[in-house]
Design a protein around this ligand. Sequence first.
Ligand code: THU
Length: 142
Amino acid sequence: MMSNKDRIDAAELVRHAKAARERAYAPYSRFRVGSALLDEQGNIHYGCNVENAAYGPTNCAERTALFRAIADGHKKGSFAAIAVVGDTDGPVSPCGVCRQVMAELCAPDMPVYMANLKGDLVETTVSKLLPGAFGPGDLASS
Ligand code: THU
């Protein structure tokens, strides 16, 4: 039987990411980003970038979605896909910090959909975005 998560395709997840982008708090960069994280049960967790006058505390859309899902009780590895969208020429590329957080909380082969407002969409995976990521296993070896 098809589970709920299988009914949500890349284009639909990007549509949810666009809706999340509308909620971005980006008064400094004016660069609004939205993200939608699909879990194994078919629930969608929304994220947007949240900036700060001190700049450093800024949180990207992808991390907002992941941290929110974890705070809501969802477990590491229980996610099916993540979409991210920005108003970029090509599909928006997740920053290095978000790639590291995805590598920590998502399966290496989990799809990542990178999109823009023009309708460009590229599918990649967590491990392709950050090959050789530092991870929990590295802490155990010292
Ligand atoms: N940003 C994201 O939210 N996700 C990305 O993938 C790229 C960058 C945000 C951080 C900051 O609020 C603004 O975009 C400009 O860097």
